[in-house]
Design a protein around this ligand. Structure first.
Ligand code: CAA
Length: 695
């Protein structure tokens, strides 16, 4: 029998087993379809073969089309659709044996088989929407024929896989195999080998379709996927599947898949997919770097930040000792934490037993010395260098020798903090983003002396607590906040020139950011940014800041926490313009002799993204970020930049770097030298990442 290296054929008496061997996730890369087709043809031709089993070697079934091939012309892309067609018409029973994850094209392959069996721990899903595409190999037609329209839409629009146990209940899996999957699948295949007619999903009818259901789905995606292309295409295709013959949907799906695949949105989402995985790799840090065992965590400060940080570890089953300076602050922190858990329980995300289990892992204390047993101590105290230095001196004396000492500072020099300890190699910055139990980003600040082991341990820990950890270097604001400061400055300038805060926010909302710069400022608290500006002015020997926003702070309006800031807020926390603040801004312009002009939404988005890109380029050039992709990951996961735009640095490439340079110059900024060079050479930041990776 012919074999290709990526698909092994093995005979188990009258059953032919095709094992896909394309590590790490058995993606449908070039060579896989050829191997499967060859195996199927061999099985069809061999009278001694009664049925075929398709299984994945290694840790998983097929995790989907090979995303790396999405840039290829259609003719060169692996022929998943051809393989699916061959399976659908196959004259002998076929059984897909699933373990790990059967995702995207992997599940479509399984759906084209006559039967599906799975281990109970397997997960099945169509996550294409997360990559800005749609199931392109019959998934939009077949899944609704098995699980019904509503469930199929839920799965395809959320992209979230379901456990095999649920798939069994839905009839998506025919049998759960408790023991050895291959053995079970072969036995199953033998049992069904004589079954005729062979069941084919494409011949089934679709249940549960009503016009109201599609109307509701279209309305829902306006909210859940605002501005995105592929969810709308998915709904159209499922409707087609429900109302027209299978073949019609099958043809339309191919066309829509290509439309989505070629879209800038899919390029952006694919960029983030790979950038996120790339960001986990640290040049020079081998896979064999020894890791420290983190069994217990200490958190100093039970305020919003400290409490949120603690929750991450409790959620992951790690015991946390949390320290405060007064019983009152400790009680308050604990009750907020409990309330957060209870509200998750009310929403059905957690059982009450689980709430208690997590709370039981928490030890509140007023004694710093209780941190002596912790393997990692994170401080989330007041942002002041003297306070932090005193704290780290103390921690150095009481923490166990192997403990990692981490600061959650967002602006201070981690080298300076590390220098007060006798173990600077064990000091690191772990910069969580508020709300710390929700936001996925963790900036991992590598100080000059941080050891490889400590860095690698923190990266692994980030993954363990469900965060995306990105390594950054020491500078004021690290990556995210340094960029956001520039962005804030430019936003304030836009208002000075004549734009209203609402117009600035609306332009960024239209770009896909859930919050514009002023909505964000009002939420974070106006006093926070003000304190930073005052501190900077003092450091630079400049006069006290006195912009229009500083004047708003001085009126006592500090944002949402005081009921209003730049905007007023009603009970639903929706911002409404405030007439006094508008008057304050107008008076400010008049005082500065500015004649307000009309600023277009296009100018707002270009200037604001331009400043992000420009500062990003400086950060990259200084080596504070390892890659442009890391900056994109930070901005998407920490600041709500739409993933379908791929983050600011990727979006620069979509616009063309030359245009970004011209915009910056037009609005009075000096383009970063790296940005200018890349623009001159006709390159993108992705090219820069490749150059740097090559060394
Ligand atoms: N194509 C190419 N490479 C892939 C891939 C895919 N579909 N899925 C994963 N990889 C790569 C990752 O980039 C990573 O590579 P590096 O080690 O070089 O960084 C490696 O496989 C391992 O991936 P993870 O680090 O993500 O491993 P994990 O165990 O945490 O997660 C996973 C595994 C759940 C499969 C996850 O990788 C994942 O969600 N993959 C994407 C699945 C997907 O979206 N499939 C649909 C593709 S689109 C499609 O199929 C369209 C169609 O209908 C025709």
């Amino acid at each position: 029998m012919t074999q290709t290296p990526l698909v092994e054929q093995s005979r188990h008496d009258d059953i032919l087993v095709l094992t896909i061997q394309n590590p790490p996730v058995n993606a449908f890369s070039p060579g896989v379809p050829e191997g499967l087709k060859a195996g199927l043809s061999a099985a069809a031709a061999d009278e001694g073969i009664a049925a075929v089993v398709i299984i994945g070697g290694g840790r998983t079934f097929v995790a989907g089309a090979d995303i790396k091939t999405f840039g290829l012309p259609r003719e060169q892309a692996p022929d998943l659709r051809g393989t699916v067609q061959q399976l659908d018409a196959f004259p002998k029973p076929t059984v897909a044996a699933l373990h790990g994850t059967a995702l995207g094209g992997g599940l479509e392959l399984a759906l084209a088989c006559a039967y599906r069996v799975a281990v109970p721990g397997a997960r099945l899903g169509l996550p294409e929407v997360k990559l800005g595409v749609l199931p392109g190999a019959g998934g939009t037609g077949r899944l609704p024929r098995v699980v019904g329209v509503q469930k199929a839409l839920d799965m395809m629009l959320s992209g979230t896989p379901i456990p095999a146990t649920e798939a069994r209940e839905l009839g998506l899996v025919d049998e759960l195999i408790e023991g050895d999957l291959l053995e079970g699948a072969v036995a199953f295949a033998r049992r069904v080998a004589g079954q005729r007619p062979i069941p084919r999903v494409s011949e089934r009818s679709v249940q549960g379709a009503t016009p109201e259901l599609f109307a509701a789905a279209r309305e829902a995606i306006q909210k859940s996927h605002r501005g995105q292309l592929s969810p709308a295409l998915i709904v159209d295709l499922v409707e087609l599947a429900a109302t027209r013959p299978f073949e019609e949907g099958w043809q339309a799906e191919a066309q829509k898949f290509m439309e989505a695949r070629e879209s800038p949105q899919s390029r952006g989402l694919r960029h983030i997919f790979f950038a996120e995985r790339e960001s986990a790799k640290i040049p020079g840090l081998g896979k064999d770097t020894p890791l420290l065992n983190i069994r217990a965590v200490g958190v100093i400060g039970a305020g919003t930040m400290g409490g949120g940080i603690a929750m991450n570890f409790l959620n992951a089953g790690l015991p946390v000792t949390i320290v405060e300076t007064s019983q009152e602050a400790l009680d308050r922190g604990l009750s907020v934490l409990r309330r957060n858990y209870e509200s998750s329980a009310k929403k059905g995300r957690l059982t009450l037993d689980e709430v208690e289990r997590r709370m039981a892992l928490l030890t509140p204390t007023l004694e710093m010395t209780d941190l002596g047993g912790a393997d990692l101590i994170i401080e989330a105290v007041f942002e002041d260098m003297a306070v932090k230095k005193a704290l780290f001196t103390r921690l150095d004396g009481l923490a166990r020798d192997s403990a990692i000492l981490a600061t959650n500072t967002s602006t201070l020099d981690v080298n300076e903090i590390a220098a007060v300890t006798s173990r600077p190699e064990q000091v690191i910055g772990l910069h969580f983003f508020s709300p710390a139990n929700v936001m996925k980003l963790l900036e991992i600040v590598r100080a000059e002396k941080t050891s490889d082991t400590v860095l690698a341990t923190c990266m692994a820990l980030a993954r363990r607590i469900g965060k995306v950890g990105v390594v950054v270097g020491v500078c004021d604001g690290f990556v995210g906040n340094r960029m956001v400061h520039r962005y804030g400055e430019e936003a304030r300038r836009l208002v000075e020139e004549g734009a209203s805060p609402e117009a600035v926010d609306a332009a960024m909302n239209a770009l896909g950011l859930p919050m514009g710069p002023f909505q964000m400022t009002d939420m974070a608290g106006l006093d926070i940014g003000y304190a930073i500006r005052v501190h900077r002015a003092q450091q630079r020997g400049e006069p006290e800041p006195d912009g229009w926003l500083d004047r708003i702070v001085k009126t006592g309006r500090k944002g949402q926490k005081t009921g209003g800031g730049i905007y007023d807020y009603d009970d639903t926390r929706r911002p409404r313009p405030n007439a006094d603040m508008q008057a304050l801004i107008e008076a400010y312009r008049a005082e500065k002799g500015v004649t307000p002009r009309t600023v277009s939404a296009d100018e707002i988005t270009r200037r604001l993204t331009g400043t992000l890109i420009n500062e990003g380029a400086r950060i990259l050039d200084e080596g504070i970020a390892q890659r442009a992709g890391d900056i994109d990951v930070i901005y998407v996961y920490g600041y709500g930049f739409p993933a379908y735009r791929g983050g600011p640095m990727h979006s620069a490439g979509e616009q063309g770097l030359q245009r970004v340079v011209e915009d910056l110059k037009q609005y009075g900024h000096t383009p970063a030298p790296l940005l200018e060079r890349l623009a001159r050479e006709g390159k993108t930041f992705a090219d820069f990442d490749r150059e740097r990776a090559r060394g």
